[in-house]
Design a protein around this ligand. Sequence first.
Ligand code: PSV
Ligand code: MN
Ligand code: MN
Length: 388
Amino acid sequence: MTIPQETLDVLARQRIEVPSWAYGNSGTRFKVFGTPGTPRTVQEKLADAAQVHKYTGLAPDVALHIPWDKVDDYAELRRFAEDLGVGLGTINSNTFQDDVYKFGSLTHSDPAIRQKAVDHHLECIEIMGATGSRDLKIWLADGSNYPGQVSIRARQDWLHESLSKIYAQLGAEQRMVLEYKFFEPAFYHTDVPDWGTSYVQVAALGEKAMVCLDTGHHAPGTNIEFIVAQLLRLGKLGSFDFNSRFYADDDLIVGAADPFQLFRILFEVVVGGGLDEDSPVAFMLDQCHNVEDKVPGQIRSVLNVQEMTARALLVDRDELRTAQEGGDVLGANSILMDAFYTDVRPALAEWRESRGLPADPMRAFAESGYLARIAEERVGGSQSSWGA
Ligand code: PSV
Ligand code: MN
Ligand code: MN
């Protein structure tokens, strides 16, 4: 098959941000397995991330988490990244690893702790100035474990108050994206559990505040593409955190568990203008690799997104509309399925080669010997992992 030129034009400008934490060791509460060559510093994480871009041309930016990726000089870190051929992307304001936030951060009942969390976000905004980042991504671990433990209602008001203070300090070109998640680490209630709450909070702030949709943060059976369609309709879909899940917030390779779901999500993105040239939607991975090699895990992930984007763009939307409006239930369904079942891999491989990229990025990376080299070079020190 040949991929139409207008589809290739969209694919040529596709950018998928990768997270620095994907390159560090991570695991479950049972065990964190070490991998030889795992980065010991944020600079080594950036070097690994640059490999993903080198072999795919898809991932020119790396998201940082503060304080995990704290350094003294962010302008210098930016230059270091640029020398590697990548930029620094979204800044994530982690407020989930400090004892002081045990009972909440931006929603804590103590105004002094709320202010401390607000100040941390203001520091993140300053960092964004030095790194050249557009987006501040806020995900809160805030919530409670037992009915009656906290005032659910008061915390929504405190959240609004805290977010307003942060929003007021955003620069003209900067944005805030508020990520929702229905549970974990809190198991009874979470302060930003769903897209509706995130939407209500960001809508109250203004244009520069949008929703971040993490594909792993929904209850089983949730129709995520519906949420995508609705947020695009409302002009409030700011970004995606892509990953895939079977049971909870598994952070597995995007498109691995359910490529059809990824296709359906990307189709709604296409329909809603999320891939248009002036689209405000940022595409990111939010994954970790516990047992597989991390750099190839990220390469596989961005390729999965590219492949499903290509298939979503192949849907004949004129024909689909005709079938939909004519009440042709099965005809409409098969137009969508025809695109989903089209194997775009050989055509994408050819296209990649025509742009000076390897036809098979997974194989080219494996043959480069990079993993063996870092395993040999990165000895001593302590391997970076969660929180380090
Ligand atoms: C929370 O589960 C989350 O999805 C947020 O995006 C965090 O920044 C990330 O995972 C890493 O903990
Ligand atoms: Mn996330
Ligand atoms: Mn998550």
